[in-house]
Design a protein around this ligand. Sequence first.
Ligand SMILES: NC(=O)c1ccc[n+]([C@@H]2O[C@H](COP(=O)([O-])OP(=O)(O)OC[C@H]3O[C@@H](n4cnc5c(N)ncnc54)[C@H](OP(=O)(O)O)[C@@H]3O)[C@@H](O)[C@H]2O)c1
Length: 259
Amino acid sequence: MKPVSLITGSSRGIGRGIALELAKAGSHDIVVNYAGNEAAAQECQQLCLEAAKGQIRVEIAQGDISKTEDRAALVDFVSSNFGRLDVLVNNAGVAPKVREDLLEASEESFDRLVSINLKGPYFLTQLASKLMRESAPLEGALKSVVTVSSMSSFVASVNRGDYCITKAGLSMMTKLYAARLAEFGINVYEIQPGIIATDMTGTVKEKYDRLFAEGITPINRWGLPADIGKAVVAIASGLFPYSTGQVFKVDGGFHIQRL
Ligand SMILES: NC(=O)c1ccc[n+]([C@@H]2O[C@H](COP(=O)([O-])OP(=O)(O)OC[C@H]3O[C@@H](n4cnc5c(N)ncnc54)[C@H](OP(=O)(O)O)[C@@H]3O)[C@@H](O)[C@H]2O)c1
């Protein structure tokens, strides 16, 4: 029996990169979650099976993490298909539909981002951790919750305050669940990606191309979904057994203040 990983929003982008790196490692069965893009989820499933040379199970589960009933159905799906859960990756998230100045941005956008980016992972972790607690430990495997926040949890972007607020909230969520779940053998981590090449950043590609050309990060290239995936593999492999509440910056050194 292999440990089971549920990765929210893994049809595309960073979530797909995490699923693929985990599949390459061959150590975990995987549940690929998506919201609306079924074709992308099926493609991810196929790529994972090929990467793992058929040595793992990969199932697909549709579900909008902002909806209470979808979160329940998602955890039920994992329970009925695998009977256990070892790793929850809270990755799914959205950017505002339009970047608007903090002084004018709408309440509607705020509510949308809070429900998908913050309330979704907060209550999914509450529910999924119940199944994780009920899952008998597997030898050599560590249970973990990994939440993909952002450098926006500490960098103020005044044209997407709603996004920054949700990501800052995920940092506290990580601390809270780390403190609460340790007694059940579940370690909790936060990954703060930098600028990663996905559909989300596709709309502002020229701006970021220019910033990279000006040397915005010491490691001077776009981040890739696989960069985040490798960090998740290290965590999910149980290589940090005495660390919880830990924040991993996977940002090419973006956070370093330079003079
Ligand atoms: N790209 C970056 O530079 C960057 C940097 C820092 C942090 N992040 C964070 O990393 C995470 C992934 O971002 P990304 O760039 O990979 O985004 P992306 O390319 O836009 O992909 C988003 C993924 O999330 C899924 N999703 C969206 N809303 C959902 C919902 N309500 N319920 C379930 N799944 C949902 C999408 O599913 P469908 O395919 O079905 O739409 C898709 O799989 C987000 O939390 C984002 O905030 C990204």
